[in-house]
Write a protein that binds this ligand. Sequence first.
Ligand SMILES: Cc1cc2nc3c(=O)[nH]c(=O)nc-3n(C[C@H](O)[C@H](O)[C@H](O)COP(=O)(O)OP(=O)(O)OC[C@H]3O[C@@H](n4cnc5c(N)ncnc54)[C@H](O)[C@@H]3O)c2cc1C
Length: 572
Amino acid sequence: MANFFNDNEHLKFHLTHPFMQKIVSLKEDNFSERELYDHAPLDYEDAIDSYEKVLEIIGEISGEVIHPNAEEVDKTGPELVNNEVKYAPGTRENHDVLVKAGLVGLSLPRKYDGLNFPIVPYVMSAEIVSRADGGFANIWGLQDCAETIHEFASDEIKEQYLPCFNKGATAAMILTEPDAGSDLQSVQLKATYDQVSGKWYLNGVKRFITNGDADISLVLARTEEGTTDARGLSLFIYDRTAKAVKIRRIENKLGIKGSPTCEIVFNNAPSTLIGDTRMGLIKYVMSLMNSARLGVGAQSVGIAEAAYREALKYAGEREQFGKPIIKYPAVYEMLTMMQVKIHAARSLLYETSRFVDIYKAYNYLAETRKLTNEERNEQKYYSRNADILTPMIKLFASEYCNQITYDAIQIHGGTGYMKDFPVERLYRDARITTIYEGTSQLQVVAAIKGVGNGAYLKLMQEYASRPIHPELEYIKNILLKMTDQYEKAVNRVNEFDDNELFDFHARRLVEMAGNIIMGYLLLLDAERNRKYTSPAEIFIRKARSENVANISFINNFSANDLSGYKNQSYIE
Ligand SMILES: Cc1cc2nc3c(=O)[nH]c(=O)nc-3n(C[C@H](O)[C@H](O)[C@H](O)COP(=O)(O)OP(=O)(O)OC[C@H]3O[C@@H](n4cnc5c(N)ncnc54)[C@H](O)[C@@H]3O)c2cc1C
């Protein structure tokens, strides 16, 4: 029986990372719920065992149901019938099986019928489901909305909506408008408060909304008339039972075809405010988008894993010039680089997830008691690091996912271009990952702050300070040198004292930082298990040569060179 958790030893490696001890203890608040719920863990081992059991079930459903359905779902897709989105039959089956197994609302507390899952195993389940079908992973992954309701809504709202997730409620995150894509500050959908009914009503158009006909939607809307920026925006829950939304159409897309992307119109739609007005984008959507970016990181790693496995299988079976193509250096190099990029992205994915787990656990703990100074410092430390690693994982995992699915087709030759093999669908599904939840360019805009304020450098130095076995010192020495070169490159760009030039080099600097951080993470993986030494070496060899190219570009660039890039007829 196919099981997408059991057949991937790397997942278990990350699930048992030494940090998990701290995460479990914080998340379970020293196992205080063991008296209240018979399924609450008794201790650390029991918690890990329960995560493994749940992941095994998700792995089996992914391998036995979602994956076999993926091709048909890609062909059929959803349809719009009488203003309702009807999922493809395979999508419905996937969803029903996961709901019956109690696998929606995983991260919610037990009192809301959740499993109180930390982010690490939750993100892992997203990776597993994405390997089976990246499009379906969107529908299932929108349970992220439950976490935002849990984090910011009143107790009354939480009690009304959170238990619905475990019963199978679907969700949507409704932000984008025709004139507000990357620039969400420009959102115009209007929210008006009616003094008589004491309710908010929404009016306006949203586009590109995944699952636009969901049971529970989080909607970003403008409450403050006359404002034009983020400070006028608030977040609402729209309940589908109000039937006040028109689905204009389901988009006809390149990939993730099973995931309905809708244009929708709100017609005086009654909605419930979450938290405070004006905090919609600044606080609540930022948090929601950070979870979703982690989700796209997981989706990217999952799709890439699927593509790598297809390519590996094909390269072993296909013979040309009298031998399997995997024997040719050009082919095995591609396969090795695919695998190494997956290792690197996965390490970054779970490191980011651990950071998020720790600071969020402290946030919740702070609601029940005063944190000690040490705890507060840790909360800040992990929150800052989660903030800088989140855009980085979204950027790297999605770009790697595209490169890996591209190479997977290449390895299949002409066959890969045909619909007969899954790589054609994986390649199409991968393409969206660098676009939604903020394009790669917008991830660079977010990540460059960590370059400018030295936060990435600090993290590199923290990794470098960890003890490493003497036999791995040579790898650490390369990383130390790369760190030094990175610092010099940042200084060089800073010396120009020119914001536009800094933005121009931003992607290069963020890529250099990411290469070094992933290099350190792979080194630390090798420290835990020598099996990861070779992937660490290979990744760092690639990373070093990319960083050298970036440094050469930066060092040979003068402020005047920028004008050449702006020399396009339409740029003033
Ligand atoms: C299949 C699909 C599903 C989606 N699902 C959802 C959903 O569920 N909910 C939701 O709210 N939205 C959703 N979206 C919308 C998605 O998040 C946006 O498409 C995305 O954020 C980009 O916005 P845009 O399409 O308006 O592109 P634009 O913002 O117009 O960007 C166009 C180009 O300009 C670049 N650019 C823009 N600003 C900058 C800048 N400051 N610096 C550098 N480059 C810049 C971009 O990187 C991009 O290359 C979905 C989109 C798709 C295609």
